[in-house]
Write a protein that binds this ligand. Sequence first.
Ligand SMILES: NC(=O)c1ccc[n+]([C@@H]2O[C@H](COP(=O)([O-])OP(=O)(O)OC[C@H]3O[C@@H](n4cnc5c(N)ncnc54)[C@H](OP(=O)(O)O)[C@@H]3O)[C@@H](O)[C@H]2O)c1
Length: 244
Amino acid sequence: MSAIKGKVIAITGASSGIGEAAARLLAQKGAHVVLGARRTDRLEALVSAIRAEGGSARYRALDVTKREDVEAFVNFAQSEFGKVDVVINNAGVMPLSPLEALKVNEWDQMIEVNIRGVLHGIAAGLPVMKKQGYGQFVNVSSIGGHAVYPTSAVYSATKFAVIAISEGLRQENDNIRVTVISPGVTESELADTISDPTTAEGMREFRRIAIGADAIARAIAFAVEQPADVDVSEIIVRPTASPF
Ligand SMILES: NC(=O)c1ccc[n+]([C@@H]2O[C@H](COP(=O)([O-])OP(=O)(O)OC[C@H]3O[C@@H](n4cnc5c(N)ncnc54)[C@H](OP(=O)(O)O)[C@@H]3O)[C@@H](O)[C@H]2O)c1
C-alpha cells in the first residue's frame, strides 16, 4: 500500500499542466486532493474525473496572490478532511522576455505569483503543520532556478527565490519536510503566458523536447511517499535530451 494513501494534499495551480498531473497521480495513490486555481470550470471537471475513478477530491477557487484566498484554501482542506499533510506550492507563470522590453507589469506578475504566492502558501500551511507536529511543503521551482538565460532574468530570480525560501523553511523546522521540485521543459500551458513574439517563437523550438507532466508528478509522489524522517530536499527532472 502506498504511503500516500489517506494523506490530505492541497495543490495550487491544479487546473492544468503539472498541478493537474500531480492531482491525478496522488489521487490514484489514495490521497485526498484539494485543488486550487482561478479557472474553477477546469477544477470542477478534474474533480469529477478523479471521483469517477474512485478517488477523493475537492476544489476551491484560489488566487495565490491574495493571502486571504490561500489561507481559506488551506483551511478548507483541513475542515474537509481534518488535517493537512502536504501543501504543493505549484502555481506559477512564465512570461519570459528580454529586460530591455521593459515588460514591467509581467515582472510584477511573476513576483506576485511565483514568490508571493509561495510565501502565502507557507503562511497558510505552516501554522496548521506546526500545530499538528508534522507536514510537508513541495515547492515547485525550475531549471530556471538553477541557471539564468537571456529572457529568463526575472523568472529565474523568482525561481531562485523559491529555492532560498524553501531552504530556510527546511532549516527552521525539524518536523516539517520541505521539498523543491525543479522541472526542466515539461508539457503544459506555461509558455502561453509569453507575450514577447520573438521569445515565444524561440520557446516553441526549445519546448519540442518537452517531457510529459506525469514525469514531474512521479517525482512529487516519490518525495511525498517517503517516511516522515526522510526529507527529499530537492529533485531536478529534465528531458534526457536537454542541455539545460
Ligand atoms: N512546464 C515547464 O516547462 C516548467 C518548467 C519549470 C518549472 N515549471 C513550474 O511548474 C509550475 C506549474 O506550471 P505548469 O508548467 O504546469 O504550467 P501551467 O499549465 O500554465 O499551469 C500553471 C498553473 O498555475 C495556475 N496559476 C497561475 N496564476 C495563478 C494565480 N494567480 N492563482 C492561482 N493559480 C494560478 C494556473 O491556474 P489558473 O490559470 O486556472 O489560475 C495553472 O493551474 C509553475 O510554477 C512553473 O513555473 C514548469
